[in-house]
Write a protein that binds this ligand. Structure first.
Ligand code: GCU
Length: 420
């Protein structure tokens, strides 16, 4: 009997119009290049950049409750396990948002029409939160396509680098927030700068919205930290988008890079209205599994950036195996919605493999809901986006950054989710 080699079998399947597996990756699965590993080891030693050095670990089972029973239905997940898991993350990692009544209001500071060859309207906006007679404001910039016949999907972008005003966006294309691309592809989009909500520095508490909520009192150990506050600000922009008839608020993605990517994921855990959480190169405290301790570790991130996470997280530095949660459960909290994750070839600090495996490890929860998701623990090849059901992932050539290519591939995924 003739034997078929694997390559021959794949060619045969391809000739018959069938693809082998669930995606169409080409090339070899990604692995870190030896020269990149060496570069990291020489510049930022003391951390792990080799798979052979990753400690043994066992991930918590997202479907197992703290009392030891296993969740078997979507209803049980939503009613009991999801709230329990969310609370574990709040108490251990990101902190609890304040339970205080407040009002929001939104002001259009300036509007420009006929932008980008008549395809969009732009607005300089201000969001204001009011408690009693005190208020706190932060700016955001909004663009809406004007030629659409039906309400459009939208992308909320968390800018952890700088504030992009309406005029700056009109003057110059910035791939960190490529408004023109978004408009051309039929999306409305809004962006705000993290530091306008909470200054991104160790000693910025007093000037930010967290101190405003606490009326100047110092934060308790389990109170929210900056990542949660930035995510909260994204949700308040979504509140505004919900009031605009041009926008379909059931199709809104939240996007962030690096610390902004840690924020976008957590924002989508706290706020189930976000249809897609997209984390770009988010690494430790974002998409990457803490237990791998590859690249940036819990000990390092909590000492360099103590204002991002609540203090209990720091206690797990060096004993990640004891964490009651790990970052794959962030994706579990997004179920049955969608998640998109990216890595970059030279961004070993963010642990590309840990970011990928985290998505894979959330699969049992997608399955519980009858949703497809990435389950192949072998990574895709470089520059070969993998989309399976409600999850998508790519690893791009180059280093840490949110680039035009990341956006283009993300929007392909979003188009698929939103059936555009
Ligand atoms: C630092 C930090 C990362 C973070 C990154 C960024 O490198 O260690 O955790 O993601 O800054 O936000 O750019």
């Amino acid at each position: 009997m003739a034997r078929l080699t694997l390559t021959a079998l794949m060619t045969l399947l391809a000739l018959n119009g069938l693809s082998f597996g669930q995606d169409k990756d080409q090339g070899k699965p990604w692995t870190a290049k030896p020269e990149v590993i060496e570069k990291f080891e020489s510049r930022r030693g003391d951390f792990i950049y080799r798979e052979s050095k990753v400690p043994e670990y066992q991930l918590p089972d997202p479907l197992m409750t703290t009392s030891g029973s296993r969740v078997t239905t979507p209803q049980e997940w939503m009613r009991t396990r999801r709230p329990e898991l969310l609370q574990l993350f709040r108490d251990t990692v990101y902190g609890n948002r304040p339970d205080v009544d407040y009002k929001m209001s939104y002001q259009v500071l300036e509007e420009k029409t006929g932008l980008f060859e008549g395809k969009a309207v732009g607005r300089s906006m201000q969001a204001t939160v009011t408690i009693g007679d005190r208020s706190y404001s932060y700016p955001f910039t909004l663009f809406i396509p004007t030629k659409a016949k039906k309400p459009v999907p939208a992308v909320i972008h968390i800018n952890n680098r700088y504030f992009l005003s309406m005029d700056k966006v009109i003057e110059e294309h910035d791939p960190f927030w490529p408004v023109r691309t978004l408009i051309d592809r039929g999306y409305a989009t809004a962006s705000f700068h993290t530091s306008d909500v909470c200054p991104d520095k160790k000693d910025g508490y007093e000037e930010g919205v967290r101190a405003f909520f606490a009326d100047g009192k110092p934060p308790e150990d389990k109170a929210w930290r900056s990542l949660s506050a930035w995510g909260w600000a994204g949700s308040r922009i979504l509140d505004h988008l919900e009031t605009l008839k041009e926008i379909d608020s059931s199709r809104v993605a939240i996007v962030g890079h690096s610390r902004g990517g840690k924020t976008s994921l957590w924002a989508a855990c706290e706020d189930q209205r976000f249809a897609i959480g997209y984390s770009n190169n988010s690494g430790c405290g974002g998409a990457a599994l803490s237990r791998r301790a590859y690249g940036e570790t819990v000990a390092r991130i909590t000492s360099s950036f103590p204002h991002w996470f609540c203090p209990p997280f720091a206690d797990y530095g060096g004993r990640e195996n004891e964490l009651p949660v790990d970052q794959h459960e962030i994706f579990a909290l997004l179920v049955p919605r969608a998640a998109y994750v990216t890595s970059a070839d030279e961004d070993l600090w963010a642990d590309p493999r840990g970011e990928y495996l985290s998505v894979v490890a959330s699969k049992p929860v997608f399955e519980l809901f009858g949703k497809k998701s990435i389950g192949n623990s072998t990574m895709p090849a470089l520059n070969s986006p993998r989309h399976v059901g409600n999850t998508g992932y790519h690893i791009r050539t180059g280093g840490h950054g949110l680039e035009q290519q990341d956006w283009d591939w993300f929007l392909d995924f979003a188009d698929g989710q939103f059936k555009k």
